[in-house]
Ligand binder design. Sequence first.
Ligand SMILES: Cc1cc2nc3c(=O)[nH]c(=O)nc-3n(C[C@H](O)[C@H](O)[C@H](O)COP(=O)(O)O)c2cc1C
Length: 347
Amino acid sequence: MTNLFSPTQLGDITLANRIVMAPMTRSRSPGGVPNALNAEYYAQRATAGLIITEGTAPAALGAGYPHIPALFDARHVAGWRAVADAVHAKGGRIVVQLMHTGRIAHEEVLGAAPVGASAIAAPGQIFTGTAMRDHSTPRALTGAQIEEVIAQYATAARLAREAGLDGVEIHGANGYLPNQFLAPNVNDRTDQWGGSIENRARFLLAATDAAVAAIGAGRVGVRLSPGNPFNDIADPDAPATYAHVMRELAKRNLAYLHVMNVQPGFDVPALVRTNYQGQVILNGGYDRARAEADLAAGIAAIAFGVPFIANPDLPARLASSLALAAPDKATFYGGDARGYTDYPAAA
Ligand SMILES: Cc1cc2nc3c(=O)[nH]c(=O)nc-3n(C[C@H](O)[C@H](O)[C@H](O)COP(=O)(O)O)c2cc1C
């Protein structure tokens, strides 16, 4: 019987169960290089069927938040190799989420102005490591620069495999660079990268295709957040935009499509059912009962985010219907082992 504890196959990646750890930025990799503490954190959570790492910058200009990890040079590869080895030693599987933050950044963190689809600053503020500051106004990428960024996704995917990671997830959700291209309120380009839905979707699809060309479709997933306004995303025609994106992604035979099901009034399962034929991971506020119901309806796996922070042994706790520990929000981002690797497994 298919339930959360039955194995499944996502492209080339075999999962021992259908409980996926959702990507979560923890800002504990100073200098962008994954360290021993990060390896311990992920190894503690290796009983997930699949770990999707925190958002990881495929390029220096993609690292808009302080202390997030990166993946574009040999130091990053060495750091990620230790993480991958630690997870694999415990029998887990792990893909790295490639997150280019685009305009969600501050030049104090980047050392340069951020880049974006268009020169439209995000409202609101961002933490720079010392203070909250207004988001910097991005430079609109030129056509040639767009091609360079797309090539950076390919390089990051190749380096992920060099590090022994099982694959990559292209972060197309939550208002970061690919979502900035997708959204008409952030992208006012008049070239082939803006305007129509086809043009706005081109960057996400090209970044996906670049990763696929580098490491094979069976090791590439994509994350989307249809209808989610996070980071000032607004698309009056989101159902049509995401129907197009999903239909295009469906042609690519990817490992999986990972969709955030968080927007009230937005029927994500129906959108997926109508437009995407491959393996799907859903995420957003799930408990065991809701997860099992979605699996029964044909969803491949469910990603759990916050529950994994304070419950490193989440699959065992779900299996035994144990109470879940509550996380300390004050230690979500940055800091040390406290609120990170010091949550115990159930006795
Ligand atoms: C501390 C924290 C950091 C997050 N960082 C990321 C991230 O780097 N990439 C991403 O796609 N989503 C990120 N998210 C969103 C989670 O992946 C997930 O979608 C969200 O927490 C809802 O799922 P849940 O109800 O199971 O926690 C983050 C969430 C939290 C709480």
